[in-house]
Design a protein around this ligand. Structure first.
Ligand code: TAP
Length: 505
């Protein structure tokens, strides 16, 4: 992986002047307007100004994309291709994405308000890395031969589902696309993918690079447009064999219903969270703990499904923990996402910012005390900025401790015993991630085992890497995992072939 230098604000501004944003649908290898010619405007959340006019797809466009994907699935132009060729094309695609790191990162920063240091330095490299990782597995995963009786050869092989639909969120637009596209394409599926309406642009550029890399027409199709139109049409479509969704639990449930009411397509859901961070009394390196805890909740403006939004702290160390967190936050400047020093950019849009501010008010009404942040700042920019906010005196039964806020808001809750900490941590409808801080190996292993969460970090905020699966328990997920070879399983069917051999004559 080559490292891309983060552009200076002047370099970014010069690049913006040269940006070519194609905001049309990408179907059957070409850009085209929506069937009815409709478009919708998107806004740069750091300035409140209009950024682009994006094609507003409809059910007719979903039909066209699924038809193209179906033709490509049926004629085997991708699924029956030598897996080594598929690998080569996808690796080339990853290389092109990496080489366009500054451009794609800039697009995401403008579209989503994310700091340029994160988009260019993390999100785009991770997008390329994800596609490359799955591509490289394409010609390395074997089928099985079953221990069948004499005279029989029984093989167990994996075959692509066919046409995969993906509906993805706005918080990591390119990366979430890669988490679906990498394994779905590496295993030979064709795909129809819908980005979030607020953040369609980077995926369209990535799809264009896919064509340049040699992905055949019809194999990768992008339909932009509103979730309740395009997303629902995909969820109900009889021509889609599997549907991978990342977003809210509420919308995720609909996909299960639509699957049940249509063709029983396989549904994979990666949903919300209210993840706990547990700090035990034997912690001594408060600075390191606070640095990790801050990343867990404030990275990406807290717009992160695995955000560690509940800090469960042993009563005896609470003061030190809060002091360390306040000191850590001095290194988290909020502001212009184009400034490489910025660590907290803008919230995705005005309505989401208002929802987050309402939650802060709600928490105060429930008895919480704001010890830092709590209000919109930088109003004169026209953008939607909320600084890191810490709410003290929270009880786990308050709404701020139970509802996913999806913003830079940390609720601090005290505990006395290990049992109580585990009980509070698990007292949530979600179960995506958790982190715990202790120097005692016994506590670490006991608690990690007791936590009902799909990803547990010990002495770190950790989601693992491409080699480890990502997904949640309870209302945080359903049907499978993103990343690792586990993701390959979910985009494939299992086939048994039972071959009866004639006896030797
Ligand atoms: P969702 O509404 O769930 O949006 C996620 C994706 O689903 C987007 O592509 C969206 O399209 C689409 N969608 C929306 N309504 C749909 C519908 N009725 N039928 C089919 N597809 C639909 O999430 P959001 O509005 O972006 O955020 C709401 C909350 O969801 C957040 O506050 C947060 O709690 C949670 N969320 C979680 C995650 C993760 S990573 N788990 C990510 C984002 C949001 P449009 O963009 O066109 O609406």
């Amino acid at each position: 992986m080559t490292e891309t230098a983060i552009p200076s604000p002047d370099e970014s501004r010069a690049a913006i002047a040269d940006l070519r944003l194609d905001a049309r649908l990408f179907i059957d290898g070409e850009f085209r307007e929506a069937a009815d010619g409709a478009r919708f405007g998107t806004v740069n959340p750091a300035t409140g100004e209009q950024l682009a006019e994006v094609a507003k797809g409809s059910a007719a466009d979903v039909d066209a994309a699924v038809a193209a994907a179906r033709r490509a699935a049926d004629d085997g132009r991708w699924s029956r291709r030598n897996p080594a060729d598929r690998k080569q094309i996808l690796v080339r695609w990853a290389d092109l994405i990496e080489a366009s790191g500054r451009e794609i990162g800039l697009i995401e920063t403008l579209d989503a308000g994310k700091p340029i240091t994160d988009t260019v330095g993390l999100d785009v490299p991770e997008t390329a890395n994800c596609i490359r990782w799955h591509a490289e597995a394409a010609d390395k995963l074997y089928g099985q031969v079953a221990p069948a009786p004499e005279g029989v050869v029984a093989t167990i092989t994996r075959e692509p589902l066919g046409v995969v639909g993906a509906v993805i969120p706005w918080n990591y637009p390119a990366q979430m696309a890669a988490w679906k596209l990498g394994p779905a394409l590496a295993t030979g599926n064709t795909v129809v993918i819908k980005p979030a309406s607020t953040t369609s642009l980077s995926l369209l550029r990535i799809a264009e690079l896919g064509r340049e890399a040699g992905i055949p027409d019809g194999v990768l199709n992008v339909v932009t447009g509103p979730g309740d139109v395009v997303g629902e049409a995909m969820g109900r479509h009889p021509g889609i064999d599997g549907l991978a969704f990342t977003g809210s639990t509420e919308v995720g449930r609909h996909f299960l219903t639509w699957s049940a009411e249509s063709n029983l397509k396989r549904v994979l859901l990666e949903l919300g969270g209210k993840s706990p961070q547990l700090v035990f009394p034997d912690v001594t390196d408060f600075a390191s703990m606070a640095a990790n805890a801050a990343i867990a909740i404030f990275w990406n403006m807290g717009e992160n499904c695995s955000a560690g939004s509940r800090l469960l702290v042993h009563r005896s160390v609470k003061d030190q923990v809060l002091e360390a967190l306040k000191a850590e936050l001095e290194q988290w400047p909020v502001g212009d996402p184009l400034d490489p020093a910025t660590r907290i950019g803008a919230m995705i849009n005005r309505s989401h910012m208002e929802k987050v501010l309402d939650h802060i008010e709600l928490g105060m009404g429930e008895g919480a005390r704001v010890i830092t942040g709590g209000e919109q700042i930088l109003r004169d920019t026209g953008g939607f900025f909320i600084p890191p906010t810490i709410l003290d005196n929270v009880r786990n039964d308050m709404r701020v401790a139970q509802e996913e806020i999806f913003g830079p808001v940390l609720s601090v809750i005290e505990f006395e015993t290990e049992e109580e900490a585990v009980r509070l941590a698990n007292d949530t409808v979600y179960g995506l991630a958790a982190s715990l801080y202790t120097r005692d190996l016994n506590v670490a292993h006991r608690v990690a085992r007791d936590l009902r969460a799909g990803v547990v970090g010990v002495n770190a905020y950790a989601e693992g890497d491409m080699t480890t699966p990502f997904g949640g328990y309870k209302l945080s997920g359903f049907g499978g995992h993103d990343k690792s070879v586990h993701a390959h399983d979910q985009y494939t069917e299992t086939k048994t072939t039972w071959i009866q051999l004639a006896p030797r004559t």
